[in-house]
Design a binder for this molecule. Structure first.
Ligand code: ADP
Length: 191
């Protein structure tokens, strides 16, 4: 059982690599951003309550996001999971650790994908052209998401560094190159 957090700024490639890793290692993949977007698309009450945060590039409230993950784990605890875009605050990480401990699980590794800011913005604007994501279309919202990442999310690395679970890779290069770096790290963890 491997639980992996893919970590990094918006646009670093977490989502793309999380999908590939989940397939390769037969793990579940949860993207809290995708869960939120699907709630919004379905017009649920939860979705409506989160629309404002997403469109401004702010974080959704910790309590709501943590409950989404708790709910997911109720039906996805039989094998390991890749967490993509979660936890995004120290508070989320603390509650997450308890949530996993309650079901006799733990985070095995947090992997930070390092990509410089100009490349992040370039990738997101490119993605925005066909992803249809409103928060990908405006450079102002993108810059705000990166700022929010710096101010509230980057520090989560310290939480897992203290637990000696933190690792990092270079997120520049082709998708295959980045995948190979991630796989090398994960294979070392498994052996
Ligand atoms: P990206 O990493 O490119 O910003 P995501 O799909 O991970 O894309 O997230 C999109 C948006 O969803 C975020 O800007 C934020 O508003 C919200 N969101 C996703 N995950 C979380 C989380 N763990 N906590 C709070 N808000 C979140």
């Amino acid at each position: 059982m491997l639980n992996i957090i893919l970590f990094g700024a918006p646009g670093c490639g977490k989502g793309t690599q999380a999908k590939r890793l989940a397939e390769h290692y037969d793990l579940y993949h949860i993207s809290t951003g995708e869960v939120i977007r699907s709630e919004i698309a379905r017009g649920t009450e939860l979705g409506r309550s989160m629309e404002g945060y997403i469109s401004r590039g702010e974080l959704a409230p910790d309590s709501i996001v943590v409950e989404m993950v708790r709910d997911y784990m109720r039906t996805h605890a039989d094998k390991g999971c890749i967490f993509d875009g979660f936890p995004r605050t120290t508070r989320q990480a603390e509650i997450f650790d308890t949530l996993l401990a309650d079901i006799n699980q733990k985070v095995d590794v947090m992997i930070y994908m390092d990509v410089p800011e100009d490349e992040l913005v370039r990738r997101i604007l490119l993605r925005g052209k066909d992803s249809g994501r409103a928060d990908d279309a405006s450079e102002e919202v993108i810059r705000n998401r990166i700022e929010v990442y710096r101010q509230q999310t980057a520090i989560v690395a310290e939480h897992y560094t203290k637990q000696q679970k933190y690792a990092e890779i270079n997120g520049l290069g082709s998708m295959d190159e980045v995948f190979a770096r991630l796989a090398q790290l994960i294979d070392a963890k498994r052996s």
